[in-house]
Design a binder for this molecule. Structure first.
Ligand code: SF4
Ligand code: SF4
Length: 213
């Protein structure tokens, strides 16, 4: 079903108050249908005769965008005409539309700024590292390292997840054989974790452990 824009407004002016729409000279129309497919507002229909002849007709004149004349420009036989541009300028003057236009322009800028801010935020999240897999090797012995790990993240928006300590053998543990510890360091607020990663490397080095990855 074709759209009906006849009740719309043009910058606050009832569309019906502005006599801007095309007229087709049926004798000049060769039925190329360019106007029909060009107009995005469904202003035109095309009548097809029993013999297959085609003629463009203005079926929904008030759907026409005020000030647009694209179909007249593309018509190969100049079969389409419009009123004088004075019609548009008169409406602009009489209805003092520019206050409404400024408001619409402001809304458009606000929408663009909001969209840009959202895209920037999404880009920031997309480039932010919020989680890292950590692998450490060495002698973990007296739990001092774990205590320092807990202190490092205490009262901060980070957590340690999936912590695992891998020891080669039980006897090896008693003999202080090097073991591996793995865990994930994650931000709980989607912040970049690089700063705390750097601090963690300091704690690792301070405990004479080896940062594997
Ligand atoms: S573009 Fe011109 S010639 Fe072609 S169908 Fe429309 S009015 Fe007719
Ligand atoms: S002037 Fe523009 S909106 Fe109006 S009928 Fe032609 S193409 Fe459609």
């Amino acid at each position: 079903m074709a759209k009906d824009l006849s009740q719309a407004t043009w910058h606050g002016v009832p569309r019906q108050d502005i006599p801007w729409y095309p007229t087709v000279d049926a004798d000049a129309c060769i039925g190329c249908e360019l106007c029909f497919v060009t107009c995005g507002r469904e202003v035109y229909d095309v009548d097809i005769s029993d013999e297959g002849g085609r003629k463009a007709t203005v079926a929904r004149s008030l759907n026409c965008m005020v000030g647009c004349s694209t179909c007249a420009v593309v018509c190969p036989t100049q079969a389409i005409t419009f009123p004088s541009r004075d019609v548009v300028w008169k409406a602009e003057r009489e209805y003092k539309i520019f206050k409404a236009v400024h408001g619409e322009a402001r809304e458009r800028r606000d929408r663009a700024a909001a969209l840009s801010a959202r895209q920037n935020a999404e880009a920031h999240i997309g480039t932010t590292t919020t989680r890292a897999q950590v692998r450490i090797a060495g002698v973990f012995g007296d739990k001092q390292f774990l205590a320092q790990l807990a202190t490092l993240i205490a009262d901060r928006p980070y957590d340690i997840e999936n912590l695992q300590l891998s020891v080669p053998t039980l006897k090896g543990l008693a003999d202080n054989t090097p073991a591996h510890m793995t865990f994930e360091l994650a931000s709980t607020t989607q912040e970049h974790i690089q700063p705390i990663l750097d601090e963690l490397k300091g704690v690792v080095a301070g405990n004479h452990l080896v940062w594997v990855e």
